[in-house]
Write a protein that binds this ligand. Structure first.
Ligand code: 3MF
Ligand code: MG
Length: 344
């Protein structure tokens, strides 16, 4: 019944378990082996950072970069997978230390724009038009270090440069309010969409909403998705979960906030998301305690719960809902939702 949803995740979602307080606790799984797991786990789409596809992209010629990206495309084809998007990983390079597009050093800003173009070329070689901008270090540790007005103008210019560079690409901004920065530019989907609408081609700029990022901003992820969908700008999602205001946890979908998860699925159903052909992306981390052999369960578990919640949304008694709304009896509606989620 819910088979029309298509799922994706990124290779970084199968990881070694390192955190800021300790090193890796699991062996690495090579990229080719990760790709083999996608279909087994029920996934069809692969999310990429540019250097997930071409790890040495900063050190090879454009022709060599293209060749390596084509090799990855062949690996995808062989597994029956498609690339969902490519995102420029600006935040690990020394030149991205102060942010890329909004760095105070003009040479670093130029590098970021160049990297964005190379990322775009990798996307084309992988057969996807979608670029994702998670603006990791575009922000400040202290307010006084940047001119935020200028910074937003730089961000708009980066969007416009990419739109001019490739007249087929689509850009999804992935908002996040903090981490690694104290305050990030573009903390919410509202900020992202304002930039999109101000760009030279608003029809090709939208958003990717991550559950945890919206929760960290103190917002409801379902309403953030609804806002983007109301103007046709939900280009992807990163479903996961977050237990309160702390570091970005990337827990399995619904693991901390079942009802919030239900409401994200409800809004995706209300907005006809599967009909758009866009992916249900996951951005989830395995717990550090998980053994290597079972360090993929967070992915299949998230997908399983998503599909169960689709069923829950589709089987919610509409007549009860209509009656409660007509009577303005939201107490009764709330009880009906809770009972439905609890199975009766
Ligand atoms: C950080 C994120 C990122 C982005 C990814 C793709 C590492 O909080 O969510 O995951 O999703 O870079 O844009
Ligand atoms: Mg994400």
């Amino acid at each position: 019944m819910a088979a029309e949803y298509r799922f994706s995740f990124g290779p970084w979602n199968i990881h070694e378990g390192a955190d800021p307080f300790g090193p890796a606790v699991r062996p690495s799984l090579e990229f080719a082996k990760k790709l083999k797991m996608y279909k087994q786990l029920g996934f069809d789409g692969v999310q990429f950072h540019d250097d997930d596809a071409v790890p040495n992209m900063e050190h090879v010629s454009p022709a060599e970069m293209q060749r390596q990206a084509k090799d990855v495309k062949k690996m995808l084809d062989d597994e029956g997978l498609v690339a969902e998007f490519v995102a420029p990983r600006l935040w690990e390079d020394p030149r991205g230390v102060d942010g890329g597009f909004t760095a105070n050093d003009a040479k670093c800003r130029d590098w970021a724009i160049e990297r964005l173009k190379r990322c775009n070329d990798i996307g084309n070689a992988l057969g996807t038009r979608l670029r994702v901008l998670w603006l990791a270090r575009e922000g400040t540790y202290i307010r006084e270090s940047k001119n935020a007005i200028e910074a937003y103008q730089y961000l708009l210019e980066a969007l416009n440069t990419l739109l001019r560079y490739d007249n087929q690409c689509e850009i999804a901004i992935e908002p996040k309010p903090n981490e690694p920065m104290d305050h990030a530019y573009c903390p919410t989907i509202g900020h992202a969409i304002a930039l999109a609408l101000k760009s030279i081609d608003p029809n090709r700029v939208g958003g990717l909403i991550e559950t945890a990022h919206a929760l960290l901003a103190g917002l409801d992820p379902a309403d953030e998705m609804a806002f983007a969908m109301s103007i046709g700008k939900l280009y992807s999602v990163h479903l996961n979960d977050q237990n309160g205001l702390k570091f970005d946890q990337d827990k399995s979908f619904a693991a901390a906030n079942l009802r919030t998860a239900y409401n994200q699925v409800r809004v995706l159903e209300l907005g006809g998301y599967p009909e758009t052909g866009r992916f249900i992306g996951l951005d989830v981390k395995a717990m550090r305690t998980q053994k290597f052999e079972t360090s993929h369960k967070h992915l299949s578990n998230s997908r399983t719960i998503f599909l169960k919640l689709v069923e829950k949304v589709r089987t919610f008694p509409r007549d009860v809902e209509a009656q409660c709304i007509a009577d303005r009896d939201y107490e009764a509606l709330e009880l009906a939702v809770l009972q439905h989620l609890m199975g009766g």
